[in-house]
Design a protein around this ligand. Structure first.
Ligand SMILES: *[C@@H]1O[C@H](CO)[C@@H](O)[C@H](O)[C@H]1NC(C)=O
Ligand SMILES: *[C@@H]1O[C@H](CO)[C@@H](O)[C@H](O)[C@H]1NC(C)=O
Ligand SMILES: *[C@@H]1O[C@H](CO)[C@@H](O)[C@H](O)[C@H]1NC(C)=O
Length: 294
């Protein structure tokens, strides 16, 4: 690549980063959630997912998991903006569907919505499909990541930490972005030679050898539900209060103490998001849970 072309690419990437804004795990977080999920899909699910993926994905679910962030600023997609989160009234550290998801218009409602679209098409392949199931798959996969980012269930008044101005080491930013991107970026630089794939491999190893006893319970839903996002939202606001907002008032400079104590939370949430996305897709597309429900 010639120097000028490279500089051009770099500036486009930087611009994309700016435009990308700050309403969800950054691209890296979403990629990691979906890449982890891919490793836990049953065979039938893999086949169904591949059929729905756009060609540009090259068979990789992770390649399209940031699509809902890419489109949400476009006029025709602006309505999807509120589906990325479920904020609570200020200083309320619990989540209630009826209060925090009015008219199903929040991340939990969206997860139910897109699960139902995929499910009805998969159960009854002869029915007339009203919805674009490629979009349904991309939305579901993205929102399952978002709901695990604690500040996607932050307080309404500060827009889930977007209005809490802090410094991350010597960089001016806001608390929401710290949780979307900065903690992950610092971990990549510090522990993973700036390689997201190395970080994902480390999470995959933890899932196998460290969290192995938790994986089944993370993935399961009560009452034979196909998707159960409400408990994930409850966990997130709890973590937002205990870890994200704590010791991070506006004007604070966050550094090593905050980074080292919060990184394990970020890693676990990414891993849980991946496991739960896979489990949900398996319930939608693999025959087993349908027998159980019959
Ligand atoms: C459900 O999905 C459809 C298709 O994208 C959309 O028109 C509708 O607004 C969605 N509703 C919710 C609550 O997400
Ligand atoms: C489904 O949605 C994707 C992404 O928006 C789009 O590229 C594709 O053309 C849509 N398919 C149909 C049949 O409308
Ligand atoms: C770190 O990454 C660079 C390229 O990105 C590579 O050349 C180097 O070998 C890597 N170091 C280690 C220890 O893997």
């Amino acid at each position: 690549m010639g120097l000028s072309l490279r500089m051009w690419v770099v500036s486009i990437l930087m611009l994309a980063q700016l435009v990308h804004g700050a309403l969800s795990w950054g691209d890296d977080g979403h990629y990691a959630v979906c890449k982890i999920a891919q490793g836990y899909l049953e065979e039938e699910t893999v086949v169904a997912v591949k059929k729905l993926l756009p060609e540009s994905a090259n068979g990789e679910l992770a390649a399209v998991c940031s699509w809902p962030d890419e489109i949400k600023k476009l006029p025709q997609w602006r309505w999807t903006g509120a589906l990325h989160f479920a904020d609570t009234p200020d200083y309320k550290c619990n989540y209630e569907y009826s209060r925090d998801c009015p008219k199903d218009w929040c991340v939990t409602g969206a997860i139910f919505n897109y699960t139902n679209q995929l499910l009805s098409a998969s159960e009854n392949s002869h029915s007339i499909v009203h919805y674009n199931l490629t979009e349904a798959l991309m939305f579901l996969s993205h929102y399952m990541g978002d709901i695990h980012q604690p500040l996607h269930e932050g307080f309404l008044g500060d827009l889930g930490g977007n209005r809490v101005k802090v410094n991350w080491y010597n960089q001016e930013t806001n608390l929401h972005r710290v949780w979307d991107d900065m903690i992950i970026d610092s971990a990549l630089a510090k522990y993973y030679n700036s390689s997201l794939l190395l970080m994902i491999q480390s999470l995959q190893a933890k899932l196998k050898y460290g969290w192995s006893n938790d994986v089944r319970s993370w993935g399961s839903c009560q009452l034979n539900q196909i998707a159960c996002p409400n408990p994930y939202a409850s966990e997130s606001i709890d973590l937002a209060c205990k870890y994200a907002y704590k010791d991070a008032a506006a004007g604070t400079t966050l550094g090593d103490d905050y980074f080292h104590s919060r990184l394990p939370i970020v890693e676990k949430r990414i891993a849980q998001g991946g496991i739960r996305l896979a489990a949900t897709l398996n319930r939608i597309f693999s025959g087993k849970p349908k027998l159980a429900r019959a």
